[in-house]
Every structure is written in C-alpha cells, then in structure tokens.
Ligand binder design. Structure first.
Ligand SMILES: C[S@@+](CC[C@H](N)C(=O)[O-])C[C@H]1O[C@@H](n2cnc3c(N)ncnc32)[C@H](O)[C@@H]1O
Length: 365
C-alpha cells in the first residue's frame, strides 16, 4: 500500500527548496512526487517506510541519492548539476525526469542502501560566527584552547583557525586567519561593535565526536557528504571542497560516540593549563531530553570542580529547539566565578553563519 505521508513530506520539502533557493532540488523532488503518485519506482522505493517520512527526511534521502549518483558519474544526470559542471534549466526538466527515474530503476539496491544514511552536512560557514566565541574564551582565560566538538560530522569546523575570515561589521571590514588559506569564510556582524579578535588563538588539541563521524578518507563517505549539499548551491559546495582540501593535510581526530557520555569524559580528563572548550553547532535539536540532561549535568559537575588552571567553556551556536532561532552564546567556568560560571549571550545568527547580530556584551567582561 502507498504511504500518503510520503506525498505530504515531498510537498513540504518542495516548498522548502523554493524558499531556500534550490530550483534543481525542487525539480528533482517534483519528479519524485509525480512518479510516486502514479505508482512508479519512487512509490516502490518508499513503500512501507517505517517511520515518519518528514521527520526522517525521506525527500532529502531521495534527492541525496540522485546527487550522489550524479557526482559518481551518471551521464544522464550530470548535465543538470552545477556541482558536475552542468546547469539546470526549466526547459530541461523532461530530460532530468528521464535521468532521475532511470537512475532509481537501474540502481534500486544502491538507492535502498543509500537511504540508510542520515542526511548529514558539515557547514564551515558557521565558523564565521563561532570565531567570536573562540576568541573571547581565549582572551578571557589567556590559555590555549583544548577544543572538543560534539556532533562534529566530518570535523571540518575543528580546523577553524586554518581558514581566512572576511567579516563586515558596523565599524568596517575586518579579516582574521591565514591569508593564504584555501578557504575564505565571509560573514556579517551587525549590531554592537565587535570585540577585538585575538590575533593568535593557540589550539593545544582538537577532537570531535559524532554518532556517525564522516571519514573523509573513505571515498563513498566523502561523496555522500558532498551529495547532501544541494547540486546548485555552488557557494556551499566551494566552501566544503576547500575545507576538505585543508582537512586532507591535517585530518581532525574524530570518535564515534554519543555526545551525552563523551562530554562527561572530556570534562573529567581535561588537561591543566588549557581551557577546555566543549562546543556544538546545529546539534542540540537532534538530542532527546535525556541526552540534553546528561550533558547539562556534566557541565554542572564541571562547575563544582573547576580550578583556575582547568577552566571549562560551553560554546553554542545552536537552536534551543527546532523552531527557535540560532544564536551564539557561551558559559565560562574559570574557578573564580562560582559553580554557575558566567553566561554570555552574544546574539542571534543565521544557521549557516552568514550573519550575527552582536549584543553589547563585550565591554564589561
Ligand atoms: C546538522 S549536523 C551539524 C554538524 C556540524 N556540527 C556542523 O555545524 O556542520 C548534526 C550532527 O550531529 C550529530 N549528532 C546527532 N546526535 C548526536 C549525538 N547524540 N551525539 C553525537 N553526535 C550527534 C549528527 O550525526 C550530525 O553529524
């Protein structure tokens, strides 16, 4: 029996693609919807989906497989994908439809295998916002950073100090980081005057955890990471490819772990003479209540044990829940500011890091 929730999920994602500006992904999903409604290969592939197709991102998995196949060399698909050197044009939609349905039909088993992957990106644009937090924590403690990222995906944001930054602010442009970096991150910081950025942020160590860490040395995993970035989103793709080229020379250390338990271990084993910065971007909405409570209680325990030479910071560029806005904030326990530490709300931001609305919180700290 056909699952009508699939059609609803496809319609919702088609609308989202329209709003987010991806005509190509919108067209791919419209093709999937038409085929589903006429009981074609898409209905065969999605029949009996066990969970909720919208919550499980079934439309993104369908579009992801098509992009994955284009990147893998599918000759019918490639001319429509900017990521493969092609262009999508509305008058080419019939040819795209033939290529999409042909791809699903010829590679049904591969498609089913691909659908088991969780849609998973790694957006380096977010470092254009996180940078304020890293710099402030370094400035306030005067210590090297021991970076520990929860939900790190491929770990690309652990390499933030290897990127160059061009930031537009209320006081004019500023730049930070190596000028010869393969990756330049652009962002806009509005609102209050930004704090002076530390010219040199020393990174003592960096490690990330993820339930599904992406091994960029594995060709399929790498291609899947590329495939989750929509095929006509050229700026995001360029950022990803540049960051991957940097990570190839200095692969970040990643472990497969649930953040809930991992955070406690990072806090317990933190080194002396460094500030341990536990941070996350766009991870909090994916955690359930018990995982969030485990993380919160690990930080509460840190507040009880912290000393001036083992400070801890919790840096978030995240939503509190799915329907709230993204924001940047941190809590810092210095060993001299009590078990609650100090919470600093820096401001709301774009979920990909394109802008940050700075609050006036820097003068007094
Ligand atoms: C939207 S992605 C964000 C990835 C990265 N932080 C970024 O900003 O690009 C969310 C990540 O959180 C990971 N994740 C979800 N639940 C997790 C958990 N309980 N423990 C560790 N990682 C988790 C997912 O596997 C995924 O890689």
């Amino acid at each position: 029996m056909k699952n009508d929730k699939i059609a609803t999920a496809l319609e919702a994602q088609i609308h989202a693609c329209d709003v987010l500006g991806s005509p190509l992904t919108k067209a791919v999903l419209e093709i999937c919807l038409n085929d589903f409604l006429t009981d074609g290969i898409v209905a065969t592939l999605t029949r009996g989906w066990a969970g909720d197709p919208l919550d499980d991102n079934v439309p993104l998995r369908l579009a992801g497989f098509i992009h994955f196949s284009a990147l893998g060399g599918d000759a019918g698909l490639r001319p429509h994908f900017a990521s493969c050197g092609g262009t999508f044009q509305a008058q080419g939609k019939d040819a795209l439809a033939r290529a999409v349905l042909d791809c699903f039909t010829r590679h049904e088993a591969d498609a089913r295998r691909f659908f088991r992957r969780t849609p998973q990106t790694n957006e380096t644009g977010r470092t254009g916002v996180l940078l304020v937090g890293f710099s402030e924590i370094a400035r306030r403690t005067g210590l090297p950073l021991n970076l520990a990222e929860m939900g790190a995906s491929a770990g690309l944001n652990l390499l933030f100090d290897k990127f160059h930054y061009q930031i537009e602010t209320a006081n004019g442009s500023l730049s930070w980081g190596p000028r010869d970096s393969a990756l330049t991150i652009s962002s806009q910081w509005r609102g209050a005057s930004p704090p002076p950025l530390q010219s040199d942020i020393e990174i003592a160590a960096r490690v990330g955890c993820d339930l599904f860490p992406v091994d960029i040395g594995d060709a399929e995993a790498r291609r899947a990471l590329e495939a989750w970035v929509w095929g006509d989103m050229s700026e995001r793709r360029a950022r990803l490819l540049a960051a991957l080229s940097i990570a190839d020379n200095a692969p970040p250390k990643l472990v497969r772990a649930d953040a809930a338990g991992w955070v406690a271990a990072q806090i317990m084993n933190r080194p002396r003479g460094q500030v341990t910065v536990l941070y996350h971007s766009l991870v909090w909405p994916y955690l359930d209540v018990s995982q969030r409570m485990a993380i919160e209680s690990s930080f509460a325990q840190a507040g009880e044990t912290v000393t001036p030479d083992t400070p801890v910071a919790w840096l978030k560029m995240d939503h509190d829940h799915v329907r709230s806005f993204s924001h940047l904030s941190y809590r810092l326990w210095t060993g001299e500011n009590g078990p609650e530490g100090e919470h600093v709300f820096i401001g709301p931001c774009h979920p990909h890091g394109a802008d940050l609305e700075l609050r006036d919180v820097f003068a007094e700290s």
